[in-house]
Design a protein around this ligand. Structure first.
Ligand code: NAD
Length: 348
C-alpha cells in the first residue's frame, strides 16, 4: 500500500451517487492528485448519473479517463494502491468502511455526518489515532470552507464589528429524493433524518463559531410516521443568543434555502441566497456593502485543505475528527430535546 509521501496522491472514491460525483469533479481540479479508482456497488451510477441533490455542481460525466471502476470496496482497497479515499456512502457505512480504509493505511475524507451517533464516531477516531503509514481522517463539513461562512468566521474571531449579540441560521429543503433505488434518506435509522443529515451543517457551524454549547433546547415537527420534518434549536453557548432551524418539509416549488443573520454590536451580516445580494453587511455607520468572497464552493476548498494536510503543508487548523464527533454529539442532544420537550445538557 502507498505511503502518504508520493508527489501525486492516488485518489479513490467510494459511493458514486450525488456526493461521489461532487467529490470527483473537485478532486479533478487538484494539482498533485489523480483519481485512479471509483467504486459503487451499483455500476449503473457510472453510465447514468444521479441527477443531483439540492446543490448544483456534481460532475455528470460518463468518461472517467484512466480511473478504474470497481463494484466492490474491498477489491478497490486491495488493488488500487491508494493514498486517499473520498467516502461518499450512505451514512451507516461511514464507520465500518472508514475504519477499514484507515487500518489499511489509506487516508479518508468522509462525508458528513461522521456517523449516526457520537459513540460510533469514536471508533473512527480510535482507528485514526493508531493509523499505519500516517493515514489521516477528515470529515467533510463543507460549511467551514464555504466562502460566505469563512467570511463570517473571520468577523466573529476578529471582532471587527464587536461581539456577536445574536446569530440565527436556517437550512430548508424539500425532502431528499435524488438517490437511486430505495430512499435511504427517508429512513431515520439510516440517515438520522433532517436533524443529522441536513441541520448538522448549521449545528457544526455553531460549534465552529462559538464552541461546544453547554445545553440545547429544541422543538420539532414530525410527520405521520413519527419522522422529524423540522427542528429548531436554541444553543446555550454562554454568551450570544444562537439559534438554528432545519427543515425537510419544503415544497419542491420553494426549493433549497440556506441563510444566516448575525447581529454584531456594530453591524448586521445577512446571508440569504434568494436575495439579489445574497451576502450583505449592514454596518452601524456607513453604507451597506456586498463583501468580496473567494470564488466557488466549499467542496473544492475542503479537498484542497485535506490534500495540503496530507502533503505536510502548514495550514490553519479548520476541522478535527473530534470536532466532527462533537457536532454529532450536539445533534444527538438536539434530537433528545425535541423528543422530550426538555433542555438537554451536553457533557464533556
Ligand atoms: N456535504 C454535503 O453538502 C452533502 C450533501 C448531500 C449528501 N451528503 C452526505 O453524503 C453521503 C452520501 O450521500 P449522497 O447524496 O451522495 O447519496 P446517494 O444515495 O446519492 O449515493 C450513495 C452511493 O453509494 C452507493 N453505495 C451504497 N452502498 C455501497 C457499498 N457498500 N459499496 C459501494 N457503493 C455503495 C450507492 O449505490 C450510491 O450510488 C451521505 O452521508 C450524505 O449525508 C453531504
Amino acid at each position: 500500500m502507498a505511503t502518504t509521501k508520493k508527489a501525486v496522491k492516488r485518489v479513490g472514491i467510494v459511493g458514486f451517487g450525488f456526493m461521489g460525483r461532487m467529490h470527483y469533479g473537485n478532486w479533478k481540479k487538484m494539482k498533485g492528485a489523480q483519481v485512479v479508482a471509483l467504486c459503487d456497488k451499483d455500476l449503473s451510477q457510472f453510465t447514468a448519473p444521479t441527477t443531483g441533490g439540492n446543490i448544483a455542481g456534481a460532475d455528470a460525466t460518463t468518461d472517467f479517463g484512466e480511473a478504474r471502476i470497481y463494484d466492490d470496496f474491498d477489491r478497490m482497497l486491495a488493488e488500487a494502491d491508494l493514498d486517499v479515499i473520498s467516502l461518499t456512502l450512505p451514512t451507516p457505512l461511514h464507520v465500518p468502511l472508514t475504519v477499514k480504509a484507515i487500518e489499511a493505511g489509506v487516508s479518508v475524507l468522509c462525508e458528513k455526518p461522521m456517523a449516526l451517533h457520537a459513540a460510533d464516531c469514536n471508533k473512527m477516531i480510535q482507528a485514526a489515532r493508531k493509523a499505519p503509514r500516517g493515514a489521516q481522517l477528515m470529515v467533510a463539513h463543507c460549511l467551514r470552507f464555504w466562502p460566505s461562512y469563512v467570511f463570517l468566521k473571520k468577523l466573529v474571531d476578529s471582532q471587527k464589528y464587536g461581539r456577536v449579540l445574536a446569530a440565527s441560521f436556517r437550512r430548508f429543503s424539500a425532502p431528499p429524493g435524488w438517490q437511486k433505488g430505495t430512499n435511504w434518506f427517508a429512513d431515520e435509522a439510516k440517515s438520522g433524518g433532517v436533524a443529522l443529515d441536513l441541520h448538522i451543517h448549521d449545528t457544526d457551524m455553531v460549534n465552529f463559531l462559538f464552541g461546544m454549547p453547554r445545553a440545547v433546547t429544541s422543538t420539532a415537527a414530525f410527520g405521520k410516521g413519527g419522522e422529524m420534518l423540522y427542528i429548531s434549536t436554541l444553543y446555550d453557548v454562554g454568551g450570544p443568543a444562537v439559534t438554528a432551524e432545519g427543515s425537510w418539509a419544503m415544497t419542491q416549488t420553494m426549493g433549497f434555502e440556506a441563510s444566516y443573520v448575525v447581529t454584531f454590536e456594530k453591524a448586521v451580516v445577512l446571508l440569504d441566497g434568494k436575495r439579489e445580494k445574497p451576502l450583505c453587511v449592514y454596518p452601524a455607520k456607513g453604507e451597506a456593502f456586498v463583501p468580496e468572497l473567494a470564488p466557488g464552493e466549499g467542496y473544492e476548498y475542503e479537498i484542497q485543505w485535506f490534500l495540503d494536510v496530507l502533503n505536510g503543508k502548514k495550514v490553519p487548523s479548520i476541522i478535527t475528527p473530534e470536532q466532527s464527533r462533537d457536532s454529532v454529539k450536539i445533534v444527538d442532544a438536539e434530537r433528545k430535546s425535541a423528543k422530550t420537550g426538555k433542555t438537554v445538557k451536553i457533557g464533556k
